[in-house]
Design a protein around this ligand. Sequence first.
Ligand code: ADP
Length: 443
Amino acid sequence: MNNAWTVEISRIVVLAVAAILFGIVSGWWVVAILLPCVIYIVWMLVQIRALERWIRLGAKHSLALDSSGIWQLIVQHIVHAQRKNRERKQRLSEMARRFEATIAALPDATLVINAHCEIELTNQAAQDILGIEKKRDLGQRIDNLIRDPQLHELIESSESVAQLDIESPVDRRKTLTVTCVDFGESRKLITARDISQRMAVQKLRKAFIANASHELRTPLTVIAGYLELLESEPEMSEMVRKQIYNASQQAARMRKILDDLLTLSKLEEKGYDQDSGSLIDMPGLVQKLVADFQRTKAKGSHKIEIDVDSSIWIRSIESDLYSLCQNLLSNAVKYSPEGSVIKVYWGLNAAEQLCFEVTDNGEGVAPEHLSRLTERFYRVNVSRSRQVGGTGLGLSIVKHILENHGGYLEIKSELAQGSTFSACFPSYRMEKRNVAKTINNVV
Ligand code: ADP
């Protein structure tokens, strides 16, 4: 048993023995029982009063009760709990200091806002990039300080992590990437990074590619023209003719690469526009695409099965849409054996998404390549791609066209089994027409 309890019980035992002795000697048993009880209760009340006064005065160690028994134990427990509390407070404030120092040292503007969009925490970079001063703006609503509807939408967004590029409110020439992350009880962490330099380099790279492609086109056309002329020269050995033919083929390939690079530059320049384009008769466009393909390809090279919902039109740019469909169809033709069947589908798929799909029974793509197919110049097999006249830019063009439409490309493929390339568009671009439902034919 605890020493304090031993002392307390000894006190009670001493009182009880004294009471019994008093009772035996005096014979006044009522007094003998009541008197020690009253003495003990009064003593307890005095101790409780002293304890209350001690706690009221701040429970300072120097003023601790000079008592023994159970009261000493209680005081010890209170002092111990107080010390633990002080240590925890110190640890917490040390952590808070370190956290603030870390936030302050971050190179990105960092803000924490509460459920009412009021700024609770900010750093030096936020002052440099966003113009938010710690002393002046803490507690202010962020949308009162930065009046940008896009930023407001970002903060109100229901996504747990949302990102957006905006102009810097401090310097309009700068571009910032702002990220908004949900955390804690309806708080948000907002970070902003200056990406102007990266944007400038990207712009320079795009301009360089566009200019170089444009400048190379003219001399290449001249060279191709001369090669064509030479090819038709009657007095020429077969060997030289073959070499000129090869050179002419390479010139044509280079021209195709330059054209594709220019197309990509233009698509990048355009970017995403929700309202772009006009209403396009997509069923008609698919029919035209397949008819064009039949005209240029050797007869019977591939069978094309068409399944088109003719009631669905789309808001788009006709030339871009044609280029997208042509790239997917020509890939299916290039990478599947002659005589095989290629399925072309337009309409809502099983998941009710608006898609243009091309399915082939060709060589397929191994899973490790799938995620990289839309990169520029990425080819699973470079020599195979060259042999069939590929540039490695077709799917990149498709991806950019879809991005500009707010859509995406889905690829399902199995090696040696075939592939399905689905170009999916957002449903707001769809327009339902009142015509017969489907066109099904084989050409
Ligand atoms: P390329 O001009 O080389 O065809 P793309 O960008 O159109 O370039 O396609 C990139 C690569 O994706 C191709 O080189 C090929 O390896 C693969 N690919 C594209 N379409 C198909 C398909 N239908 N079947 C199998 N592989 C394909």
